[in-house]
Design a protein around this ligand. Sequence first.
Ligand code: CP
Ligand code: NVA
Length: 345
Amino acid sequence: ESQPATSHLITLRDLSGRQIGDLVRSALHFKYACQAQGQTHHPDLPLQGQTLAVVFSKRSTRTRVATETAMAYLGGQGLFLSPQDIQLGVNESLRDTSQVVSSMCSGIMARVGAHAEIEELARYSQVPVINALSDTYHPTQILADLMTMYEAFSSVSPAAQAGLPLPPPASHEDLMAALRGLQVAWVGDANNIVWEMMMAFPKLGVHLNVATPRGYDTPASVRADAEKFLVPDSDVTPRLTFTHDPAEAIRDSHVVVTDTWVSMGQEAEKAQRLQDFAGYQITQDMVRRGNPAENWRFMHCLPRKPEEVDDEVFYSDRSLVFQEAENRKWTILAVLNALLVNKTF
Ligand code: CP
Ligand code: NVA
């Protein structure tokens, strides 16, 4: 009898809106248990004795810290392996690495260059593989972004004002009530972060308006994938628009979001990119010119450089960036719990 295929998290494209919502709700539940109820570790330590290989071919602060602390909470441990430590890609194929590492660990969290590399790791792994960033997708980041948007726009606001985490929404419908109809403006480079948003936001009823400079358009294949998800749900038909005019993307938006103009691996293009992105820096003036929603907020996956957003916006009350960063931990915890503990997808 053949074994069921191992579950992986490669991109949110592969998940339903319901599955994405369940991960976000689980993350909100963990945050509440730890911060409002004082829990320090999972009461059952369900991953005791288990190891997650954290195989990163690029630098990371948030994803690595979130993953290792989440494993500790579940009673297991993360084993960080950089290209300086193991043979990966230098002296041994991804296929062989995947077979060997997955024979000794319960899961693999991998940060790679080309997206094909994470697919290759998943193909030959006996255990779940989680994409910790590829050149086209960053699923765990967008789970944290959705969680942060729920916290910022839920009508259950008194707890947030007191600095406490919100009680987790009781149902998928409660989560959707906060997210459905939100409008997000992406102003910056078209990259792994915004493409992952395209794979998830429409399924949660979140509209996305993308502004990039000419020459930095989203590839047609990514657009086509995303457009398949633009189906009506309840009374909202999600929208996905593309423009070269930041003001057009910002109009009526609840969230303005950007990312670095020079992603990891693009360092040689830096001078050209700084020139090409002229006029794209997020400032109070720039956002005001676009006429956003009155209660607009700013998001950024980090790490941040001042060229894409000035200090005034970045450190303002409108900025959700540090909450968003912390939420990487709760959402990665939810993913590890789903894949390694509950084995639910
Ligand atoms: N946002 C994010 O993935 O940050 P790190 O590169 O620090 O992990
Ligand atoms: N677009 C950025 C995201 C970093 C988290 C990069 O790929 O470097």
